[in-house]
Write a protein that binds this ligand. Structure first.
Ligand code: MTE
Ligand code: LUZ
Ligand code: MOS
Length: 756
């Protein structure tokens, strides 16, 4: 089964419609946000006279113009839509300029003067921690007896890690269009992963009940977590202006505004301590994770939770104590980003294993293999591992791609002492699937079969390029027994599916696919009952296969279209609403234990990096992956997700460097100073899928969206090995990303910094 992406033809022709491709309604105005020039302080004055005087400027809105609550915090109520008295980061929205054109709005915004009495900002999470600037109390996941574990260890190693954040770089910047409706209602088109979050926030800001706010999402030009929560503010801005001026209002962020104003992947600073026996068995692991949360909670507490869940990655560690804290700083509020804190948690234990490998003289991949978590082991959060596939993926990787052969050829290359050095790293992954907030694991679907046999499907799933519409089409058509072309995926709309969870946590197909299957079950049941009646047979003897009704397995002259048409005239309900809630999930935050995940995704990858020892530049050999997808619904889409996730993970670990100064100013705030990997940089990906059932999920499939990103961590450690092959005494602090600059410094680092 190889089915193309639902949007393939429109994307290639350029006919896919994003928010501002839809012609604007007559009278549309354009909004721009004015941000704080200072990272911290109180607002003294906002001078708007000059801007207001420009012909074509309709309004300049401030906190006091908000009719409902000036509050958009999703998890904690700590975020104003427009700062009323205090600003907490550079770019913090303080006012909205509404004008006849986008250009005019920007020109006017530049004339607004925001005067702030500045206070010294905090940019470092450890400093925030010391000053007690925490967004929520720190949390600790623990198992076993940590002191006893360390006392039994032959070696105990300690170190620190600095892990940088990451810019989402969705191609479509944040945007929304709001159109007032009769009766004070409002319709919002938003580029959001979470239409219900937008609906709730707009309703709160405007002081309306949820049913007066309709949110519609056709598709996103990428989200990557950056629009799970942070699309909300822009939708609220458009809605506020539309509501106040009674005109349609659109806001489209310029790339530079988006880079400056929106949150990114959380940077982390961490301390680790690992105890091992001399053969490399992990006995104890302790870590403290300082999350740089930025100025507001956003999704930080949930992201932190996932760092804790994934702090031991795919390894069995009998004695664990990991503490993590959301540290409030004066940077943009950081937010969801593919992996959702998991990658940062995993990086730290991978660094600890590199440290152990250096110290014990045992190759890192041997230590990794020895400690993989197995069937029946229990995670530090108390969930027993069922259908553990870590060892299987690792061993298939070693076998299929000849890991030992790769190791020897890297060594042979380095022994030639030419102008390049190579390094190898294996990266296993284990990622839990489900929202860690149990209540979010629910979804709805609304299925209509029309009289001509065509089908319209609405769900809570948002298409952001990841292919959820392709998979939902495949699931619905397969379950109905009809061709995929008959199924159209409608936009995601809050009036058709209520109370939807964000499209996130990689679980969109799991949740909405199961809701779709439930809706199909209802309609199909009614159709087959009618067919049985007309054929004078028991329902159990009829079926619908390849658009034909079968009786005892043999085709009848009842086609899909004939059956649907007859059902219509027989007044059979051809619509259904399906609902799904993942069973058996629970988590107790008092004991920090439970079964938060429906299942885990497993995989293993191997990277070989080649470093130019004169320039510090590098390339990668083809990346080899063995990945667990259950039974893939759509292998074309899934391989695309593996490749895309890898590219994003490698970028995070290598080229992408977010630089801030000590005043909280983002220095890398344009694409001339922030380098993301491109097609030339990306190595070939050789992915093998292990075919395995995943009970309870659509057709035995598994989620795919986020886990492959974490393979990218292997790129960092492969580069580290390559540098050490040239300069064995390099200390190479665990600072990610491993930019060419850091590589070059590592290549020529001497043991004593005074020698330089
Ligand atoms: N792929 C594309 N092309 N665009 C995206 O925005 N987002 C990623 C991943 N893959 C994303 C993507 C993230 S962060 C998640 S959580 C999942 O897709 C969300 O979709 P899913 O639940 O359908 O996997
Ligand atoms: N979003 C969320 C997520 O709200 N909860 C999660 O557990 C999660 N995990 C991954 C990505 N987004
Ligand atoms: Mo993805 S970080 O769950 O949007």
């Amino acid at each position: 089964m190889s089915r193309r992406h639902y949007d393939a033809v429109d994307h290639v022709r350029g006919t896919s419609q994003y928010i501002d491709d839809v012609p604007p309604p007559v009278g549309t105005l354009y909004a721009t946000v004015v941000g704080s020039p200072q990272a911290k302080g109180s607002i003294r004055a906002i001078e708007t006279a000059e801007a207001r005087a420009l012909p074509g400027v309709h309004a300049i809105l401030r906190a006091r113009d908000i009719p409902g609550q000036n509050q958009i915090g999703a998890l904690l109520p700590d975020e104003e839509l427009l700062a009323s008295t205090e600003v907490a980061y550079i770019g913090h929205p303080v006012a909205v300029v509404v004008a006849e054109s986008q250009e005019l709005a920007r020109r006017a915004a530049a004339l607004v003067q925001v005067q702030v009495d500045p206070e010294p900002p905090i940019v470092d999470p450890r400093e925030a921690f010391e000053r007690g600037e925490l967004i929520a109390p720190a949390r600790t996941f623990a198992c076993g007896d940590i002191d006893q574990g360390f006392s039994k260890a032959d070696v105990v190693l300690r170190g620190t890690c600095e892990i940088a954040g990451q810019e989402h770089l969705y191609l479509e910047t944040q945007r929304a269009r709001a159109v007032p409706q009769e009766g004070g209602a409002i319709r919002v088109a938003s580029s959001t992963q979470s239409p219900y979050a937008v609906q709730k926030a707009v309703a709160r800001v405007l002081g309306l009940p949820n049913h007066r706010v309709e949110v519609d999402v056709r598709r996103l030009g990428g989200g990557f977590g950056g629009k799970e929560d942070q699309a909300t503010a822009w939708a609220c801005v458009a809605a506020l202006a539309a509501h106040q001026l009674d005109r349609p209002v659109q806001i489209v962020l310029h790339r530079l505004e988006d880079l400056q104003m929106t949150g990114k992947r959380h940077p982390y600073s961490a301390d680790y301590e690992i105890g091992l026996s001399s053969d490399g068995t992990i006995l104890a692991y302790r870590a403290v994770l300082y999350q740089n949360s930025g100025a507001r909670a956003d999704l930080s507490t949930a992201v932190l939770e996932r760092s804790l869940f994934h702090a031991t990655n795919a390894y069995r560690v009998p004695n664990v104590q990991v503490t993590a804290a959301c540290c409030r700083t004066n940077l943009q509020p950081h937010t969801a980003f593919r992996g959702f804190g998991g990658p940062q948690g995993m990086f730290v234990i991978e660094a600890a294993l590199a440290h152990a490998s250096d110290h014990l003289g045992i190759p890192r991949h041997v230590i990794q293999r020895r400690n993989l978590i197995r069937e029946g082991d229990v995670t530090p959060y108390g969930q027993p591992m069922v259908r553990a596939r870590g060892e299987r993926c690792f061993d298939e990787l070693a076998e299929a791609f000849d890991l030992e052969g790769m190791v020897s050829s890297v060594k042979a290359h380095n022994d030639q002492r030419g102008p390049t050095r190579r390094g190898l790293a294996v990266m296993p992954i284990c990622f839990g699937i489900s929202f860690t907030k149990t209540f979010l694991n629910q979804a709805g679907a609304l299925l209509h079969v029309y009289g001509d046999g065509s089908v319209g499907l609405s769900t809570g799933g948002v298409e952001m390029g990841q292919g959820v519409n392709s998979k939902l089409r495949d699931i619905a058509s397969q379950a109905l027994g009809i061709r995929g072309e008959r199924v159209r995926l409608e936009s995601t709309n809050t009036t058709r599916v209520a109370n939807m969870s964000p499209s996130a946590a990689s679980a969109t197909t799991d949740l909405n696919g199961n809701a779709t299957l439930e809706a199909v079950r209802q309609v199909r049941g009614r159709l087959l009952a009618l067919a049985a009646e007309r054929l004078g047979a028991e329902v159990s003897r009829v079926d619908l296969i390849d658009e034909v009704v079968t009786l005892d397995g043999s085709p009848t002259d009842w086609s899909w279209t004939r059956l649907v048409s007859e059902a219509y005239f027989a007044r059979v309900d051809l619509s259904a609403h399906g609902f799904y809630a993942t069973p058996d999930l629970n988590f107790d935050t008092n004991t920090e234990t439970g079964n938060p995940f429906a299942y885990h995704v497993w995989g293993a990858s191997v990277f070989v990096a080649e470093v130019d020892v004169r320039r510090g530049t590098y390339t990668f050999e083809p990346i080899c992956v063995v990945h667990d997808l259950g039974r893939s619904i759509n292998p074309v889409v899934d391989i695309g997700q593996i490749e895309g996730g890898l590219a994003q993970g490698i970028g995070w670990m290598t080229l992408e460097e977010l630089a801030y100064d000590d005043q909280g100013r983002l220095l890398s705030r344009a694409l001339s100073t922030y380098k993301a990997p491109d097609g030339d940089f990306m190595p070939e990906v050789r992915a093998r899928l292990i075919e395995d059932d995943n009970p309870g999920m659509p057709y035995g499939s598994k989620a795919v969206g986020e886990p492959p990103l974490m393979y990218g961590i292997g790129a960092y450690f492969a580069l580290r090995e390559a540098v050490r092959a040239f300069n064995p005494t390099a200390r190479l602090p665990f600072h990610a990303p491993m930019t060419p600059e850091r590589v070059l410094m590592g290549l020529y680092e001497t043991e004593d910094p005074e020698d330089r």
